[in-house]
Ligand binder design. Structure first.
Ligand code: UDP
Length: 355
């Protein structure tokens, strides 16, 4: 029987790319989303890309305990990928209660329903933000987590810890048989993403920021299309080779494939520990200036940008050591930064033509 994967937050940016790759890999996928930060554009795109227009979709809020329990009663769920969370760093600083309430409650409900329905394999969407202001570069999974620099980052740290504890508590049950997930046990993987960017090569799904984008690449593409006047590069006086910050930009389709590899590892009984953590990045630091130049070059255009003061809270440099994911998941980032930036631009143009 095909295994079914619940993707909470599956209509959003990363969730929609993951849904495509899961369907392509032969899984049954169930998408749950409360549409609080997206519309049906990406879910419609997923159906077009996969040629499957019967992917089940449940419009529920994972903070609604009863709705999550009902979901687990209505469907046999072998694994969950949990994306459903707020993700705007600045907003989380202004509205911490909203962030803690939403991001913790939704995950707790997923874990509780997993338990009451006989166990599950749970993949948590975490972030490199858990490393905070790190001085170990590149960061490995064993690099210490420094205090979070925002409530958003703190929710990622707390949810990782919750998953670790829940997995530990459930291990008192019989060891899980190959691929089985319903003997009471909860197994967990946290994937720590670096900076996901880009869009599906079809240009049918991509990032849909509401209002002014906080992240670099949507701001670049919106400036290029004329929605924004000028990109501000936040700080060119950092002690880095060109003075701008260094990040590890990971293509969203590559990132989606890492989820498929992690789900397969859980479902095929290949985990070495009941709770595992993997960095998902390229291992390649790219500066903000380099990214802007690469965008201009690959897409043959000139971007209007200026240097402005540093953005409070930004870390100077962070990039992954992805070797654990490379070895254990058999996964490696494949697309070049240029291919990814071309896909981001194709998506922005698709939006301009179709919305
Ligand atoms: N950045 C920038 N201008 C923008 C948005 C971001 O210069 O309009 C820089 C930001 O200072 C950081 C990098 O781009 O060095 C990536 O920022 P983003 O918000 O995309 O992700 P973060 O690394 O903060 O999670």
């Amino acid at each position: 029987m095909k295994k079914r994967v619940l993707v909470s937050g599956g209509a959003g940016y990363i969730g929609s790319h993951v849904t495509v790759e899961l369907v392509n890999a032969g899984y049954d996928v169930l998408v749950a989303d409360n549409m609080s930060n997206c519309d049906m554009t990406c879910f419609e795109g997923v159906k077009k890309i996969t040629g499957k227009d019967d992917i089940p979709f449940e419009c529920i809020d994972c903070c609604d305990d009863a709705a999550v329990q009902k979901l687990f009663s209505d469907y046999r769920i072998d694994a969950v990928i949990h994306f459903a969370a707020y993700k705007a760093v600045g907003e989380s600083v202004a509205e911490p209660v909203k962030y803690y309430r939403n991001n913790l409650d939704s995950f707790l409900n997923i874990l509780e329903a997993s338990k009451t329905h006989g166990g599950c394999n749970v993949l948590f969407s975490s972030s490199a933000t858990v490393y905070g202001e790190t001085d170990e570069l590149p960061v490995t999974e064993n690099s210490p987590r420094k205090p979070a620099t925002s409530p958003y980052g703190n929710t990622k740290q707390i949810c990782e810890d919750i998953l670790r504890d829940v997995v530990k508590a459930s291990a008192v049950y019989e060891p899980m048989e190959q691929g089985a997930s319903r003997n009471g046990q909860i197994k967990g993987i946290a994937l720590r993403y670096f900076n996901p960017i880009g869009a599906h090569p079809s240009a049918l799904i991509g990032e849909l920021p509401r209002g002014v984008p906080n992240n670099l690449v949507p701001f670049i593409t919106q400036t290029a299309i004329g929605k924004r006047e000028c990109l501000s590069i936040f700080g060119n006086d950092y002690p880095t080779p060109d003075g701008t910050c260094l990040r590890d930009y990971i293509d969203v389709v590559d990132l989606a494939k890492a989820h498929v590899a992690a789900v397969a590892r859980m479902l095929d009984g290949k985990m070495k520990e009941s709770y595992e953590i993997f960095n998902i990045g390229t291992g390649r630091p790219v500066s903000v200036s380099e990214l802007v130049t690469a965008f201009e070059k690959v897409n043959g255009l000139k971007l209007n940008y200026k240097y402005t003061p540093r953005r409070p809270g930004d870390v100077m440099a962070i990039w992954a050591d992805p070797s654990l994911a490379n070895e254990e998941l058999g996964w490696t980032a494949e697309r070049t930064v240029e291919e990814t930036l071309a896909s981001a631009w194709a998506w922005e143009k698709h939006l301009a033509e179709n919305r």
